[in-house]
Design a binder for this molecule. Structure first.
Ligand SMILES: CC(C)(COP(=O)(O)OP(=O)(O)OC[C@H]1O[C@@H](n2cnc3c(N)ncnc32)[C@H](O)[C@@H]1OP(=O)(O)O)[C@@H](O)C(=O)NCCC(=O)NCCS
Length: 425
């Protein structure tokens, strides 16, 4: 595929380049990983790169070539992801990278266009999802910011719970080695996964090479991956995976940090107990938790929630590759019957008007006048149920032509719990 050179003034120091885009073969894996390490300024050891191969789907990879030189890459993974109402196939977009010598010449644009066309033609998924390294990159390709995640830095001495926090005397805590506890972790995760939009099915490789990976490289200066399980006589009900960065002050005062990697529980009492197991960790003065859902109940459990020291980040970005199929394949929180006009330059098959009737689960082309006009990125943002359309309209990104249509669609697309991917891919 040839790419079009746009000679904006700030790009004028770059030379014109023509690239071809195609999937890579297994023999090209070393070039692909070398490109990845260069683009991401990464220094992963060969073992970590090899693990990544176990998660890769070669026939869904793409690379851009300038002559013989591989200058860009992008890949898709075949996921099953929970959306409002249940699981659907989703293309998980990853390994998006361009060689620093070839940046800002349209290589990413060529890769994104080809990838979206491929996903559409393959027809398996109507939706694509990704995590963005930088939030400014993907809106132009029709992705919408669909989920947020929170991070916390909790001082353990200010971590008391509210008096009526749930307690179940049947529960006990168990220290486990993550690799030995995989069945327990899976059991808890699989109970939670169908409920929360954004969580995706984890392959054996995803569990082993990502969730519980524990080489020196994975530890980033902290200790080994540790696991606390909350269980009763019937089995596991919650777990925390974390590392401890052990530290003492100059005066020999314990000052360790718990770095919480993931925490899931099937019910409130198990959830509270697993959190206590990390907040009460001896010799530690802080718990640093990242990538927590935007509606994490810890916000309500802590007696002094201002000591969460919370911050937020964009989590999953969603792109409707086939708008009609995507809208027909999720559930809705309230009835809606309206005509939506979608703008989508990159995927012209999506552009135009369709009638969504949630009671029938149908979304079909129509010539009727539009009740709402919006870019495909706004529908992607709202798709998982965590981004009301009303503020997007207030920001001027959605236009209402029939009074009440905005609230009707916004309410119908909302969902609880909040969406959250839980694990960067
Ligand atoms: C981000 C990256 C893939 C962009 O590739 P690229 O080939 O330079 O992108 P393009 O030339 O196709 O850019 C297309 C448009 O996106 C803009 N853009 C690209 N990267 C951007 C960024 N990081 N922030 C803001 N805008 C960006 C370009 O300015 C251009 O805008 P324009 O059409 O208005 O001129 C590349 O810089 C890279 O590999 N970065 C390091 C790895 C990384 O972060 N990958 C993304 C992982 S999620």
């Amino acid at each position: 595929m040839d790419i079009v050179w746009h000679s904006a003034a700030d790009h004028s120091y770059c030379a014109l380049v023509t690239v071809t885009v195609r999937p890579i073969g297994e023999a090209e894996w070393p070039d692909f990983t070398a490109l990845h390490l260069e683009a991401f300024n990464a220094s992963s050891p060969p073992e970590a790169v090899e693990r990544w191969r176990g998660l890769f789907e070669f026939d869904r990879s793409l690379a851009a070539f300038d002559g013989d030189l591989m200058v860009g890459g992008a890949a898709a993974l075949s996921f099953t992801m929970t959306v409002p109402g249940g699981p659907v196939p989703v293309a998980g977009v990853t390994a998006v990278e361009v060689l620093p010598s070839h940046r800002r010449r349209g290589v990413l644009s060529a890769l994104m266009a080809r990838q979206l066309h491929d996903i559409h033609e393959q027809g398996r998924e109507a939706v694509a999802a990704l995590y963005a390294s930088e939030a400014a990159i993907y809106g132009r390709f029709g992705y919408g910011r669909a989920a947020d995640s929170l991070f916390f830095r909790i001082p353990t001495h200010r971590s008391a719970f509210v008096p009526d926090a749930p307690v179940d005397p049947a529960l006990r805590l168990r220290v486990a080695r993550p690799a030995d506890a995989l069945d327990d972790l899976r059991r808890v995760f699989e109970t939670v996964r169908p409920e929360r939009p954004g969580l995706y099915e984890r392959s054996e490789a995803r569990w082993r090479y990502d969730v519980i990976a524990d080489e020196e490289y994975d530890r980033r200066g902290a200790g080994p991956l540790r696991c606390m399980i909350a269980e009763d006589a019937a089995g596991p009900r919650g777990y925390a995976l974390f590392r401890v960065a052990g530290k003492f002050t100059d005066h020999d005062v314990p000052d360790g940090e718990v770095r919480l990697a993931e925490l899931f529980a099937t019910d409130p009492a198990a959830y509270a107990l697993v959190w206590r197991s990390v907040l009460d960790r001896d010799l530690c003065s802080r718990v640093h938790a990242w990538s927590r859902p935007a509606d994490d109940p810890i916000v309500h459990l802590l007696a002094e929630p201002r000591h969460l020291n919370a911050g937020w980040l964009d989590d999953l970005w969603i792109r409707l590759v086939d708008v009609d199929r995507a809208l027909a394949s999720r559930a809705y929180a309230a009835p809606a019957d309206l005509v939506i006009e979608v703008a989508d330059e990159l995927c012209p098959w999506n552009a135009g008007r369709r009638r969504l009737i949630t009671a029938k689960g149908s979304c079909e082309r129509t010539g009727d006048p539009a009740d709402l006009t919006l870019p495909v990125s706004a529908l992607g943002a709202a798709y998982l149920g965590g981004r009301p359309l009303t503020p997007l309209a207030a920001a001027g990104l959605v236009r209402e032509h029939r009074e009440g249509a905005l609230r009707e669609l916004s309410t119908a697309m909302s969902w609880e719990p909040e969406p959250w991917g839980g694990l960067v891919f």
